[in-house]
Design a protein around this ligand. Structure first.
Ligand SMILES: Nc1ncnc2c1ncn2[C@@H]1O[C@H](COP(=O)(O)OP(=O)(O)OP(=O)(O)O)[C@@H](O)[C@H]1O
Ligand SMILES: [Mg+2]
Length: 313
């Protein structure tokens, strides 16, 4: 028996997925999300985010690898594992001709929750989603943002321990998005582990404690949001040096200076730092700079790529 209380909310190991058409959407993804965490899966279009979520929520068959939800193996104990999980898919998929109250109550019915209990729970989740005044209106008449909130309310009907949202705020304006962030923060504060996918670093930044960046089916960065942001705040330069390098390199407080080759120095410094300080230190050490160029930062490149792709869409 696995000790469920100590197990991570999600543990994915070496997940591979090749679709029938030969597209290799996941190329060995491993990650762990601790219970209580608010975790972002960040990545551009086609990165494999929905595929990963689809496998975790049993909607997509994996090619290989393992998935555990609170220590429960998704293959060996599928229904028990699924009971821990609430899913908000990327596309709105409720019946537009039903009312929010019925959508929530019927959904709970699938999970065997008695009607009376479901009605009480529906009132609670719809109030939390600020949709209680719309409970008896045809869902078709809800605004886009309200429909998104209804998707979250419905997933909360079963009081999942792990809530997974696939781009919950896609296509909603910033005001509604902020409202949804507040709702999600409250859900997380009340003890539900949340994983969400997004294209927006800003969204991940304001919500999540930990994240993974996925690109072309691989995790390219993983860890606490804070350390990722710290990395993005560093700038790198390469200096071509005239003549010989001194034996002792100058110390530049806050920056890291290394020898790249006999005529090149490699410098990393906080973005806010003044380059004049660097040149002054070089001068004092008798280092003459012939030319300099910025060193590309892998992470930053990734983000530039992500944002430009977004603009192209
Ligand atoms: N049912 C499918 N059959 C074949 N290929 C698919 C299928 N679903 C997704 N793919 C492909 O798998 C890759 C990953 O797609 P996925 O939907 O997981 O990306 P995503 O990160 O969710 O992208 P987005 O941000 O656009 O939602 C893409 O190349 C996509 O075209
Ligand atoms: Mg997707």
């Amino acid at each position: 028996m696995t000790d469920q209380s100590a197990a991570p909310a999600l543990r994915v190991r070496e997940l591979h997925k090749t679709y029938g058409n030969g597209v290799e959407a996941l190329k060995g993804v491993s990650l762990e999300v601790q219970a209580g965490d608010f975790y972002a899966l960040l990545g551009p279009n086609g990165a494999g985010k929905s595929t990963l979520i689809g496998i975790v929520s049993s909607l997509v068959n994996k090619t290989s690898g393992t998935v555990e939800i609170f220590g429960i193996d998704l293959v060996r104990q599928r229904s028990l594992a699924m009971r821990q999980l609430g899913l908000v898919p990327q596309e709105i998929n409720f019946n537009m001709f039903e009312k929010p109250l019925d959508i929530c109550v019927n959904y709970a019915g699938f999970y065997g929750i008695p009607r009376r209990q479901a009605l009480a729970r529906a009132e609670q989740v719809l109030k939390e989603a600020q949709l209680w005044d719309k409970a008896d209106k045809m869902s078709r008449t809800l605004s886009g943002g309200m429909k998104r909130r209804l998707m979250i309310a419905r997933a909360m009907m079963t009081a999942p321990k792990l809530l997974i949202l696939d781009e919950p705020t896609a296509g909603v304006d910033i005001e509604i998005r902020r409202g949804m962030w507040k709702t999600l923060k409250e859900i997380n504060a009340a003890g539900t582990t949340i994983i969400l996918t997004t294209h927006y670093l800003e969204e991940a930044e304001s919500l999540c404690r930990n994240l993974a960046i996925i690109d072309h089916g691989r995790i390219v960065e993983q860890g606490p949001m804070k350390s990722l942001l710290a990395k993005l705040d560093v700038e790198g330069f390469l200096f071509d040096i005239e003549g010989e390098l001194p034996e002792l390199l100058p110390q530049i407080p806050g920056a890291t200076l290394q020898v790249a080759d006999a005529h090149t120095l490699d410098l990393e410094m906080p973005r806010a730092m003044d380059l004049n300080r660097v040149f002054a230190a070089f001068d004092a050490a008798g280092i003459r700079v012939r030319s300099m160029r910025t060193k590309s930062n892998r992470l930053e490149e990734l983000f530039v790529r992500m944002t430009t792709r977004e603009v192209q869409e």
